[in-house]
Design a protein around this ligand. Structure first.
Ligand code: GLA
Length: 693
């Protein structure tokens, strides 16, 4: 709901539990006033007059502006920096009214001299306690304007000494959470690689001594893949501010006369109920607005089993084995096309490899379909190898500088998909693939960063390639989905390099990480769950010793770890023993019986109250709950851990089985006293199901 006090010029955005307030001050600046729990009385808010503290603390510095621009006595981080045609590098805006359209409030700002407008958009998502912020700038003049920086928004948090959380990491180690005390100075998180984000992730979480279930948390996630930047700064004036949006690194473009540009949206929220509520708000938003309906199939993927040595015969064998354990979707990974026998060739030549598939893909697809499974295939459309015919025929199709050597990474170049003809080539290639074959699932990979983005199709001095590149990816997939409605798209970038809320909704699943070690995955999945929905989290059971960690983990634990998300199997099942196949079949069957709760329910990171190294998670949906308990290594063998469940019906009676014994307890008991879990040994795990009677 949007409330406006016209007289005081104060705008009040209300969600179910929160309120976000700002207004127009005596200096004509859009000033932030409040973000926190709902107050429900817009008339209480005042716009105090702010006075310069000293000449070194000018009003512009002490004013918590909603969208500070570059210009005047502003020296802090700003959100918008432009150069007008006459070389003026300074914006002076005035308020030019507002518009309300349903849940959208638009604050209109206009430069006092130039015909340049800035619309601050606020979309209220009441039900999720979220506000989406984005900005549209328009050049209404007859001269061009150069844009050097344009963030999605600035947020003000009325505290110092907060804790900041984000991810660090690298390939095979995505979604490693770090937390850092916010003090004076700035924290910067960003991605500069254009296509992948194994390191920082485009979100912020700032809390004031919060736990999973208590405490204040301010958070936001950017709906964009690729080059983002976030700056977190505790100011000398008693607050912490956050800017987030497109990374100004190697970014610049010309806004031509009559053109507009809209930033990616930043989804922001507040709660005083801890990280769990934050996750639920974001998960519910994603589940109900971004993800397509329906349960995700259990997949088999052949990558770890065969790598590039794909053959029709062996894929058929794998498909038959996969069917035996209950797999519903069979995915052929890298290696099926062109001269793709290693990383050095094939990308770009998207014809079926004759040696590997003498009769084409259809014999495999027909077999997979006759087994009653769906069929999926791997592609890496944004790339080309120097040896590929596509590159030999079109050497200008990649990002490069004419006078410089072209840099390969993983033996490949990046196609300049911001060029019309390249974008069309990719669309047509995929459209043909999906039209000619009965394909239900595309694993879309991207395995190297972009560089040498000089020769784009933009004008001179333009540096918007990273942004345009990802927009082109979005466009292609959106277009393909219009025609091939039922095809699911998995976003993969050397593992989990494209996990963000920009790609979700356009793509359907994330490949979470190439690190398939079931123990490492507990940490990756734990961090992932803070922002992103479980239903999009692909997790595979693979072989041991794990190729990365060299660790041996029992198959049951590996299954349980992968069953935390959307289950897949990625091991060489041709080599699995009868005993393993039997266990796998049982596990897949169990997964199918609980996946509705896992994929569509509410997810909880439970507290481990013991000194033993338990990892405890819960899922609830309607009358059911699941408890996942993992113990990688026993430390004090005689002690159980008492686990308090969440989100049960206090008065309801729940039936569950523990150590072979059936128990019935009240929801209230299970949530307050809890349930004793006693695992002993190494790599022990249990999934316990609670059914409300
Ligand atoms: C990337 C992906 C893997 C696999 C390989 C194939 O590394 O993350 O899952 O598809 O590429 O080359």
């Amino acid at each position: 709901m949007i409330f406006i006090n016209e007289e005081k010029r104060i705008f009040n955005l209300r969600t179910e539990n929160t309120e976000y307030v700002f207004g127009l001050d005596n200096e004509n600046l859009i000033r932030h006033i409040y973000w926190g729990n709902k107050i429900n009385n817009e008339n209480d808010f005042e716009m105090d007059v702010l006075c310069e503290v000293s000449t070194n603390d000018p009003v512009y510095e002490i004013t918590p502006e909603e969208y500070p621009v570059f210009g005047g006595l502003r020296y802090s981080e700003n959100c918008l920096k432009v150069t007008f045609d006459d070389k003026t590098r300074d914006i002076v805006y005035k308020y030019d009214g507002y518009e309300v359209d349903g849940d959208l409030l638009v604050i209109k700002l206009k430069d006092v001299y130039y015909n340049f407008t800035i619309n601050l958009n606020y979309k209220v998502m009441e039900k999720y306690d979220l506000i989406e912020r984005f900005v549209t700038i328009t050049n209404e003049s007859d001269q061009s304007i150069v844009i050097e920086e344009v963030y999605s928004g600035q947020l003000h948090i009325p505290y110092e000494n907060l804790t900041f959380r984000n991810t660090h990491g690298h390939w095979g180690a995505e979604q490693q959470m770090f937390k850092q005390n916010v003090s004076y100075g700035k924290i910067t998180i960003e991605n500069r690689k254009g296509v992948s984000g194994h390191n920082n992730n485009p979100y912020f979480i700032l809390d004031k001594n919060a736990t999973e279930t208590s405490g204040e948390v301010f958070y936001g996630a950017l709906r964009m893949s690729g080059n983002f930047k976030g700056v977190i700064e505790q100011t000398p004036y008693g607050e912490t501010l956050v800017q987030m949006g497109i990374n100004p690194y190697d970014f610049q473009f010309t806004l031509n006369p009559k053109e507009s540009f809209t930033t990616p949206p930043l989804l922001c929220g507040y709660t005083d109920k801890g990280f769990e509520k934050m996750s639920h708000n974001l998960h519910n938003f994603a589940k109900e607005n971004l993800l397509r309906e329906g349960l995700r199939p259990v997949l088999y993927n052949s990558w770890e089993a065969t790598e590039f040595n794909v053959t029709c015969e062996e894929q058929i064998k794998l498909a038959r084995e996969a069917k035996k354990i209950g797999t519903e979707l069979f995915v052929v990974d890298d290696g099926w096309f062109g001269q793709r026998n290693s990383i050095h060739n094939g990308l770009g030549d998207w014809y079926v490899n004759k040696e590997k598939f003498p009769k084409g893909l259809n014999p495999l697809i027909e077999e997979v379909k006759s087994l009653g499974m769906k069929f999926g295939i791997w592609v890496e459309p944004e790339m080309v190898n120097p040896l590929s015919k596509l590159y030999i025929d079109n050497p200008d199709w990649i990002y490069h500088f004419k006078t410089r050597e072209r840099t390969t990474s993983r033996g490949q170049y990046v196609l300049n998909i911001t060029k019309k003809e390249v974008k069309e080539f990719i669309y047509n290639m995929l459209d043909n693939l999906l039209s000619n074959y009965d394909i239900d699932y595309i694993k879309w990979d991207v395995n190297r960063p972009i560089c040498e983005g000089g020769a784009t199709n933009l004008g001179e001095n333009e540096r918007k390639m990273a942004f345009d590149h990802i927009q082109a990816v979005y466009d292609i997939v959106k277009e393909l989905k219009k025609k091939h409605k039922n095809v699911l798209f998995e976003a993969c970038a050397s593992g989990g390099g494209r996990i963000d809320l920009g790609i979700l909704g356009i793509f359907d699943d994330f490949w979470t990480s190439d690190n398939t070690d079931a123990y490492d995955r507990l940490f990756i999945q734990h961090t992932y769950s803070h922002i992103y929905p479980i239903k999009a989290m692909r997790a595979w059971v693979t072989d041991c010793p794990n190729f990365l960690s060299q660790r041996n983990i029992p198959l049951r634990f590996r299954f349980h770890s992968a069953m935390m998300g959307t289950l897949g199997i990625g091991g060489n099942i041709l080599k699995w023993s009868d005993e393993d196949m039997k266990l796998a079949k049982d596990m897949v069957e169990e997964y199918k019986s609980i996946r509705e709760i896992v994929q569509e329910g509410d997810f909880f990171r439970l507290e481990n109250t013991s000194t033993n190294n338990y990892h405890l998670f819960e899922y609830t949906k309607d009358n059911e709950a699941l408890l996942f308990a993992f113990l990688p290594q026993t430390q004090i063998g005689h002690r159980p851990v008492r686990v308090k469940l969440r989100n049960l019906d206090e008065k309801g009676m729940y039936e569950y089985k523990i150590n072979g014994e059936t128990m019935v307890k009240s929801g209230s008991y299970l949530m307050n006293y809890g349930v004793n879990i006693h695992l002993r040994g190494d790599y022990q795990s249990e999934i316990i199901r609670f059914d409300r009677r």
